[in-house]
Structures are given as C-alpha cells and as structure tokens.
Design a binder for this molecule. Structure first.
Ligand code: ATP
Ligand code: MG
Length: 139
C-alpha cells in the first residue's frame, strides 16, 4: 500500500460537493487515512504551488486556492499516486474522461475541484505540508 495527497479545492467545498467527492474516492478503492478542513493564506498557497511560480496562471491559482476552505486528505491504495491521478482525470475538465472527479465536479481548468500529488516524492512532501508528525506516524 502507498499514500498520496488530495485536496478538495475551494470550488468543490463551496458548491457542497466535498462529501460526494469523498464518497467517490472511497468507492474507487481508496482508504481515507487523514483529513482536515483548513483555509490557506497567500503564503501557504504560494508555497504549496511554488513549482508553478512564474507561470501565467500562478497568481490566479494562489488567489483561487485562498478563496475558501479546502479539505486536504491522505489516501491509501495500491499504487496510490497513479491511481488517484486516473480517478481525478485531466487538469481541464473538458478533457477529463467520463466518470472522473473532474469531469463530474470541476467547472474549468482553474476551478477544477481537486488536487492530486504527481509523484511519490511529491506525495511525501505534500503530506508533510498539511499533516503533523503524530498524524503521519499513524499511516
Ligand atoms: P493539481 O496540481 O492541482 O493536482 P494538475 O497536476 O492536474 O493539478 P498542474 O499542471 O500541476 O495540474 O497545475 C496546477 C493547477 O494550476 C491546476 O490544477 C489548475 O488549477 C491550475 N492551472 C494549470 N494550468 C492552468 C491554466 N493554463 N490556466 C489556469 N489554471 C491552470
Ligand atoms: Mg499538479
């Protein structure tokens, strides 16, 4: 079993789809191993997406990610990183496969309902960004 980080983004929490997305992830075979609700400030969102600093959409991304509460969660499954990327679908919901989280719940490429780690190394860093030592030791 391996772990990955998901974040239910502000658009999906605001529209009341957080519970449906959690159910979708559980039905897809993930176990929820840690979960919080938090609102990111500019410094936190900027640091989380630091890899995108300088890209044309960076300011918009940080503004969006600070616009309301988010739900970070640690998911466990066999090959969790790849499995979650497949379950959420393409970044742009217009290109996401039928039945994926983004096809079902995302509004646009910017407001796209959910984040997922893109590698095992980034999953470890991103889990540590949101969850404390005592939570990570329970994984
Ligand atoms: P995430 O990292 O949130 O899981 P992703 O890995 O599918 O998404 P990235 O390329 O890492 O996509 O981009 C991070 C986020 O930045 C995207 O989820 C999206 O919200 C935003 N984004 C990326 N490209 C664009 C764009 N061209 N226009 C607007 N927003 C964008
Ligand atoms: Mg990404």
């Amino acid at each position: 079993m391996s772990h990955t980080l998901a974040i239910i983004k502000p658009d999906a929490v605001e529209s009341g789809n957080a519970g449906k997305i959690l159910a979708h992830l559980e039905t897809a075979g993930f176990a929820i191993r840690a979960l919080r609700l938090t609102t990111l400030n500019q410094a936190q969102a900027g640091a989380f997406y630091a890899v995108h600093q300088g890209r044309p959409f960076y300011d918009e991304l940080v503004e969006f990610m600070t616009s309301g509460p988010v739900v970070p969660l640690v998911l466990e499954a066999d090959d969790a990183v790849a499995k979650l990327r497949e379950t959420i679908g393409a970044t742009d919901p217009a290109e996401a496969a039928a039945g994926t989280v983004r096809k079902l719940y995302a509004e646009s490429k910017g407001r796209n309902a959910i984040h997922a780690s893109d590698s095992d190394a980034n999953a470890e860093t991103e889990i540590a960004f949101f969850f404390s030592t005592h939570e990570r030791l329970g994984l």
